[in-house]
Design a protein. Structure first.
Length: 420
């Protein structure tokens, strides 16, 4: 087996939501890498590679911190299940998702019971085509049961859910890809939900903008044009919720200062244009029309993109030529790249609404320039498109797999802090 570089691993995470569509946990996706295939090699001994990558990721890259207050679901195969390395994973942070390929032998069940006693939460899969839940001892041990709803017809799912309910387990619907599937699973009493319906911005495609969201776009345009503070203040005055949030943010940002905020204009000045711009960009994804915005997968994705772009561009030679402006532009590219999905419109319509700097416009519209390359890399990592990511890395000689991975871990941690 080739040597494994524990840093050469790409990370991904799929949101898992509760019945109120609040963030509950993440499914962690690990992609090992090797220099012989553009940092995307596959290993002969997959079991050992998976275990080594996961453990080293937690220890070296502090993914436990990047998860924030949420748990991480980790897929466990035969090799990892019986490996001593699994004991290095923190029980309070991970959920061990036993793959269906692991045979339910007496030895396997004994091992799972041992892990339960050690404090680990176990998840198992049930085949949706089968209604027979008897004779499957792992269903008795595991606390969470996952059902792949993409593989079962609605009527069969209506039969399966009641058969699982007497087990009194947490039911997780995975691969939820449509609003109809979501409504049915909710009706049938599923507790947790996972799938592209939540993880991809299409969940809100075509939605009508609330008044506060329209105001946010107006404010973004004004700040991008370096408008007078009075014009910015006038927009805030029309939006009470935004005004309250602005004052709270300013108070938080200026804690410890003796200065008392005397007006909206004063708050805007104290906060500063750069900080205000970032706050507005993120607020678009957090439910701006609500006084208590929920933690949404879209907010997490937008925040992670912006921060990751910022961290990555700081490693490029271009930043030494353009300075802080390029870092700020990278953050804006990451945030605004999800605006078409948020607004249910094309990228061209979004770009037409905002007077953006040329590097930002080129990156968003045509994936041109260093910012365009970085955005392409971020999107490839999200899509788990290994070949595409490897091709982009060829155009970014100052960034390798280890660098991208470290930046991603930091970005995940930063985005998690928004929810606290």
């Amino acid at each position: 087996m080739p040597d494994i570089d524990p840093q050469n691993v790409f990370l991904g995470r799929q949101p898992i939501l509760d019945r109120n569509q609040q963030l509950f946990a993440y499914e962690l996706l690990f992609r090992s890498a090797g220099a012989d295939q553009g940092n995307f090699a596959s290993f002969i001994d997959g079991n050992q590679a998976t275990a080594t990558v996961i453990v080293n990721t937690f220890s070296e890259l502090s993914l436990a911190d990047a998860l924030g207050p949420y748990q991480g679901f980790i897929k466990v195969d035969q090799g990892l299940l019986f490996s001593d390395l699994i004991n290095a994973l923190p029980p309070h942070t991970v959920v061990l998702e036993i793959l269906p390929t692991v045979a339910q032998t007496a030895e396997m069940i004994a091992r799972c019971e041992q892990l339960r006693q050690a404090g680990y939460v176990l998840a198992t899969h049930v085949r949706p085509e089968s209604l027979d839940v008897d004779g499957k001892p792992l269903l008795r041990i595991a606390q969470i049961i996952k059902v792949d709803v993409s593989r079962v017809e609605p009527e069969r799912l209506r039969q399966l859910a009641p058969a699982l309910k007497p087990l009194r387990k947490t039911l997780l619907a995975e691969k939820v890809e449509s609003n109809a599937q979501m409504r049915l699973c909710h009706e049938l009493g599923f507790d947790l939900f996972e799938g592209y319906y939540f993880a991809r911005p299409t969940v809100i495609e075509g939605k009508r903008l609330q008044s506060s969201e329209t105001a946010l776009l107006r404010l973004l345009g004004l700040i991008s044009q370096d408008a007078d503070t009075a014009a910015i203040e006038a927009v805030f005055k029309q939006e009470p919720v935004l005004t309250i949030n602005l004052l709270r943010l300013t108070n938080s940002a200026g804690s410890g200062l003796a200065t008392r905020i005397t007006s909206l204009r004063h708050a805007i000045t104290l906060l500063g244009r750069r900080q205000l711009l970032r706050w507005l960009q993120l607020l678009l994804y957090s439910g701006a029309s609500s006084s208590a915005p929920a933690v949404s997968p879209l907010l997490q994705l937008a925040a992670t993109r912006g921060r990751l772009m910022e961290l990555l561009v700081d490693r490029t030679p271009e930043v030494r030529q353009c300075g802080r402006d390029l870092v700020d532009q990278a953050f804006m590219v990451g945030i605004l790249s999800l605006m078409p999905a948020l607004l249910g419109t094309g990228a061209g319509a979004v770009l037409a609404q905002l007077p953006l700097a040329v590097p930002v416009h080129d990156a968003l519209g045509e994936r041109r320039g260093v910012l365009g390359d970085l955005l392409a890399l971020v999107e490839a990592l999200e899509d788990e498109a290994r070949e595409r990511a490897a091709a982009v890395l060829q155009r970014l000689p100052d960034i390798d797999a280890a660098c991208a991975n470290q930046c991603l871990t930091r970005a995940l941690g930063w985005a998690n802090n928004l929810a606290r």
